[in-house]
Design a protein around this ligand. Structure first.
Ligand code: UDP
Length: 239
C-alpha cells in the first residue's frame, strides 16, 4: 500500500528496501520505472493530470526530499524515511558494477552524460556504461533506438520532472531496458558540472537551500515548497 501525499502515492521503504527492489526490477522481464518526486513535483502533479499519472504509474515512487517526509507525517501517515534519487542511483550503480548489468545515461546538455560516464566508471570499477545521449533531442525515435541497440539493462533518465516521468511511461517498454530511473539533475552532479551540497546540508535535509544559494533563479520553482506545506495543512484540516 502506498502512502498518499496530495495525490501522489509513495512507497514506504527504507533506502535498503528501495535498492533491493530496484535490483529485483532490473532483472525482471519487461520494462519498469522509478520516480523520485520532491514537494515541487507533487505540486506540479496537482495541476497536471498526465504528470500525476506518469508518477503514480511508476513501479517505484521514492520520497526524495525532506518536505515529503514532513508532509506524510503531518497527514498522520509517516514514511520510513527519505530515499534521495542520487543516493538510490549510487547504490544501484554499486550493485550493477558487481553484477555486470549495463547502464545508459540519458539527459543533460551535450557532453555532460559522457563526462559523467567517465567519472562513474572510475568511481565504480566494473560498471559497464552501454551508452549516453544528451537530453535536448527533438524526436524520441532515434534515442529509443540508441538505447535498444546498446542493450542496456538500466537507463538513468535525467530530463527534469515531469518530462522524464512522462518520457519513461511512454517509451520505457520500447527501449528494451528493464529499469528506467528518473533522476533530474543527477548527471550534472555526476559529471562534476554541479557540486552536490556539503554533507552537513544533506544530513539536515537542506540540499534545496544549497541549490538555491548556488542558483538563485530557482526561487520561482522553490516557492512551490511553502505552497506544498499549505496544501498539506489544508488536507490535514479536512481529515
Ligand atoms: N534537461 C534535459 N532536457 C530538457 C530539459 C532539461 O536534459 O529538455 C536536463 C537539464 O540539463 C538538467 C536536468 O534535465 O540536467 C534537470 O535538472 P534540474 O536540476 O532542473 O532537475 P531536478 O533534479 O530539480 O528535477
Amino acid at each position: 500500500m502506498r502512502i498518499n501525499v496530495l495525490g501522489v502515492g509513495f512507497d514506504n521503504m527504507t533506502v535498503e528496501q528501495a535498492v533491493a527492489e530496484g535490483v529485483r526490477l532490473m532483472s525482471t522481464e519487461g520494462a519498469h520505472y522509478a520516480a523520485t518526486p520532491n514537494p515541487e513535483i507533487v505540486e506540479v502533479c496537482r495541476e497536471d493530470e498526465d504528470a500525476r499519472a506518469a508518477v503514480n504509474g511508476a513501479d517505484l515512487v521514492l520520497a526524495d526530499g525532506i518536505g515529503i517526509i514532513y508532509g506524510a507525517k503531518m497527514l498522520g501517515t509517516p514514511l520510513k524515511g527519505r530515499v534521495t534519487g542520487i543516493g538510490f542511483a549510487q547504490s544501484l550503480m554499486a550493485r550493477m558494477a558487481e553484477s555486470g548489468k549495463t547502464l545508459f545515461l540519458l539527459g543533460a546538455k551535450p557532453g555532460v552524460a559522457e563526462k559523467a560516464a567517465g567519472n562513474l566508471q572510475r568511481q565504480y570499477p566494473g560498471l559497464r556504461i552501454a551508452g549516453t545521449h544528451d537530453g535536448y533531442f527533438q524526436e524520441d525515435g532515434p534515442v529509443i533506438e540508441a538505447i535498444r541497440e546498446s542493450g542496456a539493462d538500466v537507463v538513468f533518465v535525467c530530463l527534469g520532472a515531469p518530462k522524464q516521468e512522462k518520457w519513461m511511461r511512454k517509451n520505457g517498454e520500447a527501449t528494451g531496458a528493464h529499469l528506467l530511473v528518473g533522476l533530474g539533475g543527477c548527471l550534472d552532479v555526476f559529471s562534476g558540472e554541479v557540486q552536490r551540497a556539503p554533507e552537513a546540508f544533506q544530513k539536515l535535509g537542506l540540499e534545496w537551500l544549497h541549490r538555491l544559494a548556488k542558483n538563485p533563479s530557482r526561487i520561482g520553482r522553490m516557492m512551490k515548497l511553502p505552497m506544498f506545506l499549505v496544501h498539506v495543512a489544508g488536507e490535514k484540516g479536512r481529515k
